[in-house]
Design a protein around this ligand. Structure first.
Ligand code: 5IU
Length: 279
């Protein structure tokens, strides 16, 4: 029996992808033995760089919200790229584009941040329809970038459910050269497909809302454990923010210890998944 994609190793799945950013991410995961992404939501450049340098050895991907940096200067991007080379991780600007094709192409290529010039992966809400993918791919595809669609969200009461999620997956299936996967809470295998049709699309599932010590925050965030995400829901990458850098970005030893803890939990869950007997 053919192994489903979630039973294949990250290394084996490289060949299922043609997009260079997807290949890069899977290669790093296999090489470094980590499926941990850290979300660095801090507002000062100094903290941003210090956290990334600390967690760098433990992550496959660093997720940024570059627009929250208060003292942003483009030299910060060079520092981020140097850390990506030093520690071997990919960069994911969590921009959540949501406008018409022409506008998102400009937001992606231009402005203060010039996201397409440095972010290997970015993401978009499917709400405008397929034109958002065409707009972003006109900029990103020639640069070898990849896109994730937001198929689901981790927050309480999220509207990205049911037919919305199914339509997001259908949009992605029609643009496999640029759409490499989803931000979602579970595997999208078979979602939006007719019965009895084999699903040959190996999408990467990156999942935020991961925490080992708390169930949520005061603003609607909901956390699940790495095992729930990787084993039960068959997602591929755990995205952890405050669980690692907490409230005080200056506690370097604590941040390192937490990054190692989440990396180990994520990898252990992945080992369990790929070695489980096929039933
Ligand atoms: N994020 C979510 N949930 C989602 C999506 C994005 O938490 O459904 I889409 C982002 C928001 C934040 C990070 O940048 O992931 C999670 O951070 P914490 O681990 O600190 O909650």
């Amino acid at each position: 029996m053919e192994k489903t994609f979630s039973r294949q190793t990250y290394g084996q799945r490289i060949q299922n992808h043609s997009n260079p950013a997807a290949k890069m991410l899977l290669e790093i995961m296999e090489r470094k033995k980590t499926n941990l992404a850290v979300s660095v939501d801090v507002t000062r450049s100094k903290d941003f760089i210090a956290i990334i340098d600390t967690v760098g050895p433990f992550v496959c991907l660093v997720k940024t919200h570059i627009d929250i940096i208060e003292d942003f200067d483009f030299s910060l991007i060079k520092q981020l790229q140097d850390l990506s080379d030093k520690h071997d991780f990919a960069i994911f600007e969590d921009r959540k584009f949501a406008d018409i094709g022409n506008t998102v192409a400009l937001q992606y290529s231009s402005g203060v941040h010039k996201i397409a010039s440095w972010s290997h992966i970015t993401n978009a809400h499917p709400v405008p329809g397929p034109s958002i993918i065409s707009g972003l791919s006109s900029v990103g595809l020639p640069l070898g970038r990849g896109l994730l669609l937001l198929a689901e969200m981790s927050t309480k009461g999220a509207l990205a459910v049911g037919t919305y999620t199914e339509e997001a997956v259908r949009m992605a299936r029609a643009h496999r050269d640029f759409v490499v996967g989803f931000i979602a809470q579970r595997t999208m295998k078979g979602v939006g497909m007719q019965d009895n049709v084999t699903d040959n699309d190996d999408f990467l599932i990156l999942t935020p809302g991961v925490g080992l010590d708390t169930k949520g925050d005061a603003m609607g965030q909901q956390y699940r454990t790495p095992r729930q995400v990787i084993v039960d829901s068959e997602c591929d990458v755990i995205i952890v923010g405050r669980g690692i850098y907490g409230k005080d970005p200056s506690l370097v030893d604590e941040i390192r210890a937490q990054a190692k803890r989440y990396m180990d939990a994520g990898w252990e869950a992945y080992q369990e998944r790929i070695s489980a007997p096929v039933v």
